[in-house]
Ligand binder design. Structure first.
Ligand SMILES: C[S@@+](CC[C@H](N)C(=O)[O-])C[C@H]1O[C@@H](n2cnc3c(N)ncnc32)[C@H](O)[C@@H]1O
Length: 443
């Protein structure tokens, strides 16, 4: 019998047949597919074998149930794995980007700075999590975030020292990465020296060439920021610091973003990634009627760029999904807020999301048995994940952003249209680009 997870896509007389939970398409002609569906299978023995091997042809519905349970439990394991510790060292920011709600959050809750005591308590609590579930096959990160994290440099350097000491004593696994996500303005020689000393990577926000960047990425005086960001990136790269660029997709760069690869590469950065905007300020920028166009155009831009970049794996938004597809993995989450991150907010409160004040307790007093994956908000937000919902692009879709849905639709469980559209378009792209690659290899 056919699996209930079987789906097809058709293009120019070719049919791609794939499994919803782990798409690894098999291709045939439309005529062959009609024959197979009619039960005429004599001439397509290999094709039938492929369908069986991929659990598209099964013996009973129990095979499907088993497949679903295996995917669910593998997903659960991945979700109960806190790969990221966010230390939000400052709530305030020296930029006032036209799409970012951080300045508004800072006005509402105060421009607090993380204390070194809370940073150390955050590190200890995260290590308690790792003691339970550390797995050397995963990559782990401590990310300094904000607001603008470099407004509180001393706590970053102190935290790095504390982390290094814990590495020496063996409390911190050897393969934990350190990263600062910054707007770049406060990067100086001391920053480069500290980053080199502790092997810190730096992700700098830059929205493209000057006109595109300065349209919305301005400082608190409303001045453009392009030159300062570029100078910082060059300083970091020249100092040998592993540097990345994170570009937000805005109305000012959306129509040309697919051409930015050379611009970013010329800066000497290791990788770049695109960031889909979320929240109320996106709504303000594009209007209710412009939202769907924004999501489609942004998805197309990232896919178009990945097409021209194929082989380099340079843009990481798309790369993550392509890797999952190539490894036949169920790609579980778009965001690490579903249990994969412990966030220490600047006031010492714990959250599962840097943008959302979940107020799960003060880091210094919750006790060492606190686990982020047990928190009711994490369990609740997991109900968003694609596995629990209908949809053919399940294996590529990861639930999107709960904070964004809450902001836009007043419900953290509402569908994230942006992530849904991106996942569907990426799945189609991956299915047909593999077919085209196979064909050109044969030619
Ligand atoms: C909030 S900032 C904090 C760290 C640092 N100040 C920086 O500029 O990278 C981190 C990233 O969030 C992105 N961001 C800001 N507003 C956003 C929004 N509405 N939706 C999605 N990402 C957003 C920024 O572009 C930036 O790259």
């Amino acid at each position: 019998m056919w699996s209930r997870y079987l789906h097809t896509r058709e293009r120019d007389g070719v049919v791609a047949v794939f499994h919803e939970l782990h798409p690894d398409p098999v291709y045939c002609s439309q005529e062959q597919w009609q024959m197979v569906k009619a039960g005429i299978t004599d001439d397509v023995v290999t094709f039938i074998k492929d369908l069986r091997q991929r659990k598209l042809l099964i013996d009973s519905s129990e095979d499907d149930d088993r497949e679903f349970l295996e995917t669910t439990s593998a997903l659960e394991c991945k979700l109960n794995q806190p790969t990221i510790l966010y230390l939000m060292t400052a709530q305030g920011c020296n930029f006032n980007c036209g799409y970012c709600q951080v300045p508004e959050i800072a006005r509402k809750y105060g421009e607090s700075m993380l204390s070194s005591a809370d940073a150390f308590a955050g590190i200890d609590l995260w290590l308690e999590h790792l003691r339970d579930v550390y797995d050397p096959n995963h990559e782990y990160f401590v990310i300094f975030y904000g607001g603008e994290p470099l407004l509180n440099k001393q706590v970053i350097w102190q935290s790095l020292k504390c982390l290094e000491l814990k590495r020496i004593t063996g409390e911190l696994p050897a393969r934990v990465n350190f990263m600062i996500a910054t707007n770049g303005a406060l990067v100086d020689e001391e920053t480069v020296t500290q980053c080199k000393k502790h092997g810190v990577m730096v992700a700098v926000g830059l929205d493209g060439p000057k006109v595109a960047n300065d349209a919305l990425k301005v400082d608190t005086d409303g001045q453009g920021t392009f030159e300062r960001i570029i100078a910082s990136i060059r300083l970091l790269v020249a100092g040998g610091v592993r540097t990345f660029v994170s570009a937000s997709i805005t109305p000012s760069n959306i129509s040309e973003m697919s051409k930015y690869a050379d611009f970013f590469k010329e800066l000497g950065v290791e990788k770049f990634g695109f960031n889909f905007l979320k929240g109320r300020l996106l709504l303000k920028l594009v209007g209710e009627s412009g939202l769907m166009d924004y999501y489609r155009q942004a998805a197309q831009g990232v896919i178009e760029l990945a097409r021209t970049e194929s082989g380099f794996g340079f843009e990481y938004q798309m790369e993550k999904k392509r890797n999952a597809f190539d490894r036949r993995e169920f790609f579980p989450v778009d965001c690490t807020c579903y249990g994969n991150q412990l966030v220490i907010q600047p006031d010492g409160q714990i959250s599962n999301c840097p943008f959302y004040k979940a107020r799960l307790g003060q880091v210094g007093s919750v006790g060492k048995n606190f686990r982020i994956w047990d928190q009711p908000i994490v369990q609740e937000w997991r109900k968003r994940l694609s596995l629990s919902h209908p949809g053919e692009a399940k294996a590529m879709g990861g639930g999107g952003c709960a904070w964004g849905s809450n902001e836009l639709k007043g419900d953290p469980l509402a569908v994230d249209d942006s992530s849904q559209i991106f996942s569907e378009e990426v799945l189609n792209e991956l299915i047909w680009s593999r077919y085209d690659r196979n064909q050109s290899r044969k030619a």
